[in-house]
Write a protein that binds this ligand. Structure first.
Ligand SMILES: Nc1ncnc2c1ncn2[C@@H]1O[C@H](COP(=O)(O)OP(=O)(O)O)[C@@H](O)[C@H]1O
Ligand SMILES: [Mg+2]
Length: 258
C-alpha cells in the first residue's frame, strides 16, 4: 500500500534524503528513527505529497503521489486518506475553537455525522473539556492532542506523526504509545529517541546523518547494535575504567537523553 522507491531530495542544495526505499503493509506501525537533520520531516512530507522529491517515487495505494498535482480527484483522495501531524502543531491550527478545528476536515470532505465525529475523537484524545477553547491558547501537549483529533476525525488510512511526543510529559507519552497501538491505521512515527522507538512498534527505519536508510528491521536488534547507533549519532558512548584491585573494567554506556 505504501512503496517508497529510491527517494532522494535536497532543499536548494542541502541534502535531506539519499536513495530511500521501503514498503509498508496496511495497518503496520513503523518508527522512523534518526538524529536531528537526518531527514525525517522531509521524508514524511514527501510521503504526504507536500514535497515533490527530486528523484524517486512515492506510491500510495498503487499510484504515484506526484500525479496528484494534475489530478484533482486523486489530490482530494490523498488529502482525505493521509494525515500528517506536523512537528510544530501550531502550524495546523487556524479555527477559533477546538470544536471547529476538529469538525473542519469532516466538513471539508463532506463526511457524515460531523458532530458525532467531534464527540468521538475528542473523547478518545481526552480533550472534551477543551472543545470551546481557542486552540491557540492551549499548552503544546494539548495542541498536539487537538491536532491528532482533527486528523483522526477524517479517519485516514495512513497517519504520519512527526516527533509527536516532543512536547509531552512521560505519562502522556505512555498514553500516546498505547493509543497508537490500538488504531487500525497504518502509522509512521518519527523520533530521535531510541527508547521510545522500542515502544512504538516492532519495525524501525533508521536514517543516518548521511541521509541514507541505515537499517530497516526489528527495533530490538537495532537497540543492541551499538556500532550502527553510533554511526547514526543516536547514542553517546563513554569508556569507563573501574579499578577493583588490579582488574580494569571497561563499560560502554549508551544514553538517549530527550
Ligand atoms: N526548508 C528547508 N530549507 C533548507 N534546508 C532544509 C529545509 N528543511 C530541511 N532542511 C535541511 O534538510 C536536512 C533534513 O532536515 P529534516 O528533514 O528537517 O530533518 P529531521 O526532521 O530529521 O530533523 C537538514 O540538514 C535540514 O537543515
Ligand atoms: Mg524533523
Amino acid at each position: 500500500m505504501i512503496r517508497i522507491e529510491n527517494l532522494s531530495h535536497d532543499h536548494d542544495g542541502v541534502p535531506a534524503l539519499k536513495d530511500i526505499s521501503f514498503a509498508l503493509d496496511p495497518g503496520q506501525k513503523v518508527t522512523l528513527l534518526g538524529a536531528n537533520g537526518s531527514g525525517k520531516s522531509t521524508l514524511l512530507k514527501a510521503i504526504n505529497g507536500l514535497i515533490e522529491p527530486r528523484v524517486g517515487r512515492v506510491l500510495l495505494w498503487g499510484r504515484d503521489v506526484a500525479e496528484a498535482e494534475k489530478d484533482k480527484e486523486f489530490r482530494r483522495e490523498l488529502r482525505s486518506r493521509t494525515g500528517l501531524l506536523f512537528q510544530n502543531p501550531e502550524a495546523m491550527l487556524f479555527n477559533p475553537t477546538v470544536r471547529e478545528e476538529i469538525a473542519f476536515g469532516p466538513l471539508h470532505f463532506g463526511l457524515d455525522n460531523v458532530d458525532d465525529r467531534v464527540a468521538h475523537w475528542s473523547g478518545e484524545l481526552q480533550i472534551t473539556d477543551l472543545l470551546d477553547r481557542s486552540p491557540h491558547a492551549l499548552s503544546n501537549g494539548e495542541k498536539q492532542r487537538v491536532c491528532l483529533a482533527l486528523l483522526l476525525a477524517v479517519e485516514p488510512d495512513l497517519l504520519l506523526l512527526d516527533e509527536p511526543t516532543a512536547s509531552l510529559d512521560p505519562r502522556s507519552t505512555g498514553w500516546l504509545v498505547d493509543f497508537l497501538q490500538n488504531l487500525p491505521t497504518t502509522v509512521i512515527t518519527s523520533t530521535h529517541n531510541l527508547s521510545l522507538a522500542t515502544e512504538l512498534g516492532e519495525r524501525c527505519l533508521l536514517l543516518g546523518e548521511d541521509h541514507t536508510l541505515l537499517y530497516d528491521g526489528d527495533v530490538l536488534a537495532l537497540r543492541d547494535d551499538l556500532d550502527l547507533l553510533r554511526q547514526a549519532n543516536l547514542v553517546h558512548i563513554h569508556d569507563h575504567q573501574h579499578r577493583k584491585g588490579d582488574v580494569t573494567h571497561r563499560h560502554y554506556h549508551s544514553h538517549d537523553w530527550d
